[in-house]
Design a protein around this ligand. Structure first.
Ligand code: PMV
Length: 358
């Protein structure tokens, strides 16, 4: 089914050659999206922090052409990157009904990440969001009357068609994607900024990413989502996520650190439990992931600090803590946790405001 709201009226206007650039952040889900249907629609609502430092910067250069097909080349960090083409091709095909003008141009896409490519940090969310924002800038040039609200909503909508969690990489600091009857404005097709006021305790919340495994993960998220289709615990999990998201919003609003820690860690382990109980079953955590988790629990018990963790679909560990605990936590990371990291690598980040147009 097409989402008619985002199908533009036909226009005879054609742009001369030009380019648009944007930078979009990576995001880390606290309430996880795991399981989808249709074309990139989530089985449950998810909630994420947008990051500040980890981002993708993309330039979309266009020249008009006559042959009415999708035609593009991709460069990653200034080198031709044909390996990125299939994913971008799928993206263009999916967005074409909503951006028919794309077939009137030849594109050259230049993209770079602020985080190392081989760090185990997925760039699909930030990458698809950055590309969508470039497409929207083009659309705005063709339809100058477009409102800012429509611009960002449609950017999230298009990004979602490229990679589900990319829908959340548009704005910040907290994004919600997926329909929830108790969250006003929430919908499956695009992500919205958290409509609730966040407590100052969570402002500038830190996220230090411990790089446990730089390699490509062995089981893709696409396959993982698929395995939720015949998963014995899937339905219960979707129901649980619907309860958890409301609880988390309550903790974020009231500044309840204890509630936040318990819920966020439980969500992370539940995500991995879903993987471990799929058929076929698999593990993305490494021994060091578990060692880090144990060390965090010990540290919290002995120091009373608010350090907690979350996990993506991989072995790396996201450490979450308030800015006021930065000095102490960094010492703990340097002296202890970094010994579990591949080549001692970690990336310091914090919650950010969302994407920027360049
Ligand atoms: O957007 P995808 O298809 O790469 O799936 C992302 C899934 C998780 O990162 C594990 C959770 C999430 O909500 O981001």
């Amino acid at each position: 089914m097409l989402f008619s709201r985002f199908i533009p009226l036909t226009t005879k206007k054609k742009l001369v050659a030009g380019q648009f650039s944007s930078r979009a952040p990576s995001n880390i889900a606290l309430i996880k999206y795991w399981g989808k249907y249709g074309i990139q629609l989530p089985k449950n609502a998810s909630l994420s922090f947008s990051l500040s430092q980890c981002s993708t910067q993309t330039t979309l250069a266009y020249t008009p052409h006559q042959h009415s097909t999708i035609d593009f080349e991709v460069f990653f960090e200034k080198r031709s990157a044909p390996e990125f083409k299939p994913k971008i091709e799928t993206f263009f095909k999916r967005v074409l009904p909503y951006a028919p003008y794309l077939k009137d141009y030849h594109f050259t896409i230049h993209t770079t990440n602020t985080f190392p490519h081989s760090s185990g940090i997925a760039s699909s969310a930030s990458g698809m969001a950055a590309l969508s924002l470039c497409v929207l800038q083009m659309e705005k040039a063709l339809y100058p009357e477009m409102t800012t609200d429509y611009f960002y909503k449609k950017a999230s909508f298009l990004a979602r068609l490229g990679s589900g969690s990319a829908a959340r990489s548009i704005s910040g600091p907290v994004m919600i994607w997926g329909k929830h009857p108790r969250i006003k404005g929430s919908c499956e097709e695009l992500a919205i900024a958290n409509p609730f006021q966040m407590h100052p305790f969570f402002e500038n919340y830190q996220d230090t990413i411990l790089i446990v495994d730089k390699g490509q993960k062995k089981v893709s998220s696409t396959l993982g989502h698929d395995l939720m289709n015949n998963h014995p615990f899937a339905q219960r999990r979707f129901e649980q996520a619907a309860v958890n998201i409301l609880e988390l919003i309550h903790f974020l609003t009231t500044g309840d650190a204890e509630g936040f820690i318990e819920l966020v860690e439980s969500e992370a382990l539940t995500l991995h439990a879903m993987m471990m109980t799929s058929r076929p079953y698999y593990l993305l955590m490494k021994p060091q992931t578990l060692q880090i988790i144990e060390a965090i629990w010990d540290y919290r018990q002995t120091t009373g600090q608010s350090l907690c963790f979350t996990l993506d679909a991989g072995a790396n560990v996201h450490l979450l803590y308030p800015k006021s605990e930065r000095k102490k936590t960094m010492a703990f990371i340097k002296d202890h946790l970094s010994t579990y990291c591949q080549h001692g690598a970690y990336i310091c980040d914090q919650v950010g405001k969302g994407a920027v147009l360049l």
